[in-house]
Design a protein around this ligand. Sequence first.
Ligand code: FAD
Length: 445
Amino acid sequence: MFNSTLKKPLQLSTSTHQLAKYYTQTKTRTLARSQGRVVILGSGWAGFKLMKDLDKKNYDVSVVSPRNYFVFTPLLASTSVGTLEFRCITEPVRTYSKDINFYQATCDKIDLENQVIHCVSNIDNASGRKSFLLDYDKLVIGVGSYSNTFGIPGVEEHACFLKDVNDARKIRKRLVECFENASQPGTTEKEKQDLLHFVIVGGGPTGVEFSAELHDFITDDLSRLYPDLIDKTRMTLYDVAPTILSSFDSKLSDYAHKKFNRKGIQIKTRKKILPYGLLVWSTGLMQNPLVESLSTVAKDASGQRILTDGQLRVLDKDTKLPYPNIYALGDCATIEGNDLPATAQVASQKANYLRKVFNGTAKKGYEVPATEFEYKDRGMMAYIGSYEALVDMSSVHEQATKSGHLSWLLWRSAYFTMSMSMRNKLLIPIHWFLTWALGRDISRF
Ligand SMILES: Cc1cc2nc3c(=O)[nH]c(=O)nc-3n(C[C@H](O)[C@H](O)[C@H](O)COP(=O)(O)OP(=O)(O)OC[C@H]3O[C@@H](n4cnc5c(N)ncnc54)[C@H](O)[C@@H]3O)c2cc1C
């Protein structure tokens, strides 16, 4: 029996059949599972976490994502300088379940009326990129967000972002390129200084953690390998606010500020024209184009995120009533009247909540009114370099704010514990040890 919330039977409408002549029809593998088809968009903290433990006996689960893996983002900055290797922080979607359909594609349109999504493969082949349609009974939107450039000219073309392993790979390659370039015969002193000026824009956790990792890379490895260039190397962190890590307890953000000053990382707020070798842009989020294309769904005040009710169901723009079978979570969505930060912690808690709702329905065989999602703030952590970190658990206990080496141990153990597969639970400590004992690899390819 199909779930009572289905808007209409599992048939493609006439309009969809007309469209089908332009698209390849993709049917899900089976129509026989009791709770019908769940299509999950995205393989990030929201989509991947939900997919992992969803009841695949009763749901026909399909995942659509332009990348066929999950990225453990809290350790992404470590891979951009080689403290960890890229594969230590990725989890291939397919290895988690043989009982799902995975499509490496981007969803570029959702037809809410006909319960069909339009997808474009992101794999090039001789005849170009294939387009296809998928129909759903329940749709979960977890497409995340893009880096916000605020429309500033040149950022898109010249800056590096830090959202995915490809970004980390690009940064690592560019960093070594700057040092190799500065070592070439005939490079003037001015050229060397410009190439070895590393600029980070954004004093939030991502910008700060990347600065910390880069500082470690320069002091631990590059100073040894390029001794003549080290006095020409500079790092500047820009933010519009005079303080970094403003979401942390003020004592902790002051501590980080002082540490950065002592390490020679300049923190600047003023606009200035400066040459650089590498620019890393990390100033916040902007909406995914798919979210922008959803003209009939409600959005938050900034117009950037999909608005849902407390059960994570997407709200209609005009009626403000929830669509019974469309859910949104992660960075692309927020709950009406309960705005939460765009973090992995929120995304994974929402995914766990939705998994329980879906699995509960499957177990009972019919939809039960779900209790609303409740967020449990477990605090924040940030690495600030030289084996030191900040831990702010003031949401759990007023006094629970810590900085220093002990916090670094906590930071490492927390992320080691949270890493998903046994493979990565082995790879991560091995690479931490190798980096400590032998230094980071600077091969450029
Ligand atoms: C460097 C870095 C460090 C971070 N550190 C922390 C931390 O320490 N703690 C913390 O709580 N949070 C942290 N975050 C934030 C956290 O990673 C995000 O909040 C989280 O990734 C949001 O999960 P999500 O699933 O919504 O989006 P994402 O993880 O970004 O995943 C989105 C998914 O959707 C896919 N997608 C995009 N467009 C489409 C489309 N049109 N169709 C189908 N699929 C699509 C993407 O390929 C991706 O698989 C960090 C973020 C970064 C970048």
